[in-house]
Design a protein around this ligand. Sequence first.
Ligand code: NAP
Length: 255
Amino acid sequence: MASKILILGGTSEASALARHIAGDERFEPLLSFAGRTQNIPAQPVPHRVGGFGGIQGLRDFLKRSDFAALIDATHPFAAQMSTHAAAAADAIGMPLLRLERAGWEKQEGDKWIDVVDMDAAARALDITPRRVFLTIGRLEVGSFIAAQQHDYLIRVIDDFTPPAGLRSRVIAARGPFTVADERQLLRAENIDIVVSKNSGGDATAAKLVAARELGIAVIMVARPVLPVVVTLDSVDAVMDWLARIHEDASTRRGE
Ligand code: NAP
């Protein structure tokens, strides 16, 4: 009997795991999206879209469909979902694993200003008006209302209307981006400073290389603190963990 696995997604890691697990007869995966972006790319496994209704909602969902394990492969900044996953799994004794990419490390030549959150990033922009490249998604753009002296270029996946009062232009684009394209963008837009979350991964790292080459500073927002759970950073390692979960479940059922 196949083991049902719920994968909390919205990341390239979750999609990579879905590709690995697809067609593996030991598992019956379900990939879950919050529904933040308009077009979900085609997936190799069944998927669902939308929140669960908090910790209780997730608990009920996991129990109702008799899942064998929960994989939290959400983005490192999706702190609420990861917190809910840890609480729900703990409450019902469900095996939980976090799949998380490593963060970016500062390299020689980088001019990073490390800050703890988005409000601190807005404060770190200084008084002098600058041309700022915001690559932080759309949800926390409101923090920069506190720094209206600047002129913002905001890159998001889906077009949106920025908060009133912010001098800004929005460009909608989905990575991966190349270093050449990022270099061209930073130059053409006369960017003085970049604001980025420390998301890690390859898809959006090119902006950091381009900024380093051009001597442009980057305000780097640190990852939020998440509940401590077993965490792996490779899909292969997650597959090994899942294989053990499946063997245990099969043994318990006497298969
Ligand atoms: P969040 O603040 O941690 O979560 C807010 C609520 O959205 C959760 O409580 C949950 O609603 C719902 N939710 C989040 N992820 C979900 C998922 N995979 N499946 C079903 N419901 C989910 O999350 P966020 O920062 O807004 O991110 C939303 C999604 O975008 C995540 O799946 C994440 O992987 C992806 N993403 C986020 C970022 C980022 O910078 N934050 C970047 C790239 C991709 P209920 O409480 O109702 O269950």
